[in-house]
Design a protein around this ligand. Structure first.
Ligand code: ZN
Length: 504
């Protein structure tokens, strides 16, 4: 834009400084989870709290509000898709939301979460929900207050979900989940009655972790991850973070006795990393230099991990290489056996270990129970029973204790309700995007089967990555696929792939 209004220049300047604080927090928390010695924990918590508090105070300042007000009317005349109009539109939405939550409430949730996290680790170790119960009650109360402060029209949950998936409504998620459930629950029961693919022993042969690391790096390079603008390190829980568009950090975890942990974890985080590296440079330091939502971010990791990394085509190229690298463990393994093993479907207690078919059922349980807690349909002390009943209904298994049941995930102890659906939304978006990519790129399957991903990556960059947070998830899905988000593509994909695998 020629002759940028001075308010826009000033807004950019202030948002740039705020973004610097967020990126600096990212450096500190990346270090905390990779190289920091345990002794650094107490001081690091203070440093992070200071940076985050400062960023929040700067952002909700009256000055930012005045700049946004001055720009509201002129920006409405600018091209909707321009960086300038998007910056004003998205920042106004962020600002109005951030101003609605009283700082004291933010601080109280932060304090409650610190205590809840400690209690949760103890409760999980002891498989004793009672230790966590008073903390979860507090977290739910505070989340209700936050939802009331943010405001909502229909469901209390709308306000919480909106923090992670802008403009997504509870009713829409519930409909998508009902559609999924109607197909997946019977499918899981049919598959569970078979004994065909239960054996994953070939994946549990010990493998040198350095070689596992090298194999993963080679795949990341082939995917197009730029190591001049990023790197990979090790952490207990794999994650991706970015210090700028040109400095993206992946982490992975290596298990000497189960190589899929590192392999699929690396591909998954690589998908997140490609998104961060693919953001338009013009968005750097604006606050729009991030994924459109958690669900859209997860769509990028799931696309690479599942739709590519667990596909037959991908392994046509990589299986001979895997055999070459690990002749003792893989030399005698048949291609079909390998493909079946990495796609074995089996109801399990733990969400993060779940396969593509059962995974979303784990998410539905959390989504339904979160709503039941927030709308007071379930007493929180009765949550373990409610959890186990849903596990039995959807997956046909009952956890033997709460560590393998209601206590397994960290999210609630971190104060987060409304987060879980974004994992399933990511799965749905991923298939809908990928189906569009298949229509747009002729010969995509052949490219994947020969280890060529550049055309796909260009497509993702052009259609999704470069936009950052300019569009809401619904706007982005409509732009890319011409449709709204649906469960249909995902259901068709699952039925086709696992129908073949299980000869259904
Ligand atoms: Zn992810």
């Amino acid at each position: 834009m020629k002759d940028e209004p001075k308010e826009l220049q000033e807004l950019r300047h202030r948002l740039g400084e705020i973004r610097d604080l967020h990126r600096a927090s990212a450096v500190l928390s990346w270090d905390q989870q990779t190289y920091m010695p345990p002794g650094g924990a107490v001081a690091r918590a203070e440093q992070l709290a200071t940076l985050q508090r400062t960023a929040h105070v700067w952002f909700i300042s009256d000055e930012i509000g005045q700049l946004l007000e001055a720009l509201r009317a002129p920006a409405a005349e600018w091209d909707y898709d321009s960086d300038e109009a998007s910056l004003v539109r998205v920042t106004l939405r962020d600002y109005e939301k951030a101003r609605r939550i009283p700082p004291a409430l933010v601080a109280e949730l932060a304090r409650a979460s610190t205590l809840a996290y400690e209690a949760w680790t103890k409760a999980k170790a002891a498989a004793d929900f009672a230790i966590f119960l008073p903390h979860l009650e507090k977290i739910v109360d505070l989340n209700i207050q936050i939802a009331e402060a943010l405001g909502y029209q229909d469901r209390l949950y709308d306000a919480l979900l909106d923090q992670y998936e802008p403009d997504m409504k509870t009713a829409q998620v519930a409909t998508l989940f009902e559609n999924l459930k109607a197909e997946l629950v019977p499918l899981v029961k049919t598959i569970a009655s078979q004994t065909r693919l239960g054996n994953d022993a070939i994946l549990r042969r010990p493998m040198d972790i350095q070689k596992q690391w090298d194999f993963g790096l080679a795949i990341l390079r082939d995917m197009g991850f730029d190591f001049n603008r990023g790197r990979q390190d090790k952490s207990v829980h794999p994650f991706t973070t970015a210090f700028s568009i040109d400095d993206v950090r992946l982490t992975t975890r290596l298990d000497p006795n189960y190589f899929p942990t590192a392999l699929f974890g690396t591909i998954h985080e690589g998908g997140h990393g490609l998104y961060e590296q693919g953001l338009a440079k013009t968005l750097e330091r604006t606050g729009l230099d991030d994924g459109a939502s958690l669900g859209i971010h997860e769509s990028q990791s799931r696309l690479w991990e599942n739709l590519i990394g667990r596909s037959q085509a991908f392994w046509y190229h990589y299986f001979p290489r895997l055999q070459q690298m690990f002749p003792e463990q893989m030399g005698d393994v048949d291609f079909e056996d390998f493909y079946q093993a990495i796609n074995a479907v089996k109801p399990t207690f733990i969400r993060v270990e779940a396969d593509e078919v059962t995974y979303n059922l784990h998410i539905m349980i959390r989504f339904e129970l979160e709503n039941d807690m927030l709308e007071r349909r379930v007493h929180i002390r009765e949550l373990p029973e409610a959890w186990n009943a849903k596990m039995e209904e959807y997956l046909g298994i009952v956890p033997p204790n709460d560590a393998l049941g209601v206590l397994q995930d960290v999210h609630w102890s971190g104060g987060m309700l409304g987060y879980f659906p974004t994992y399933s939304l990511g799965n749905l978006y991923s298939v809908q995007f990928f189906d569009q990519a298949k229509r747009d790129i002729s010969g995509l399957a052949d490219q994947i089967a020969t280890g060529h991903f550049s055309e796909l990556l260009d497509w993702l960059r052009q259609n999704i990555h470069r936009h950052g947070r300019k569009y809401t998830p619904a706007e982005l899905v409509a732009r890319v696929t011409g449709n709204e988000l649906t469960a249909k593509n995902y259901i068709d994909y699952i039925k086709q792939k696992f129908g073949e695998l299980y000869a259904l």
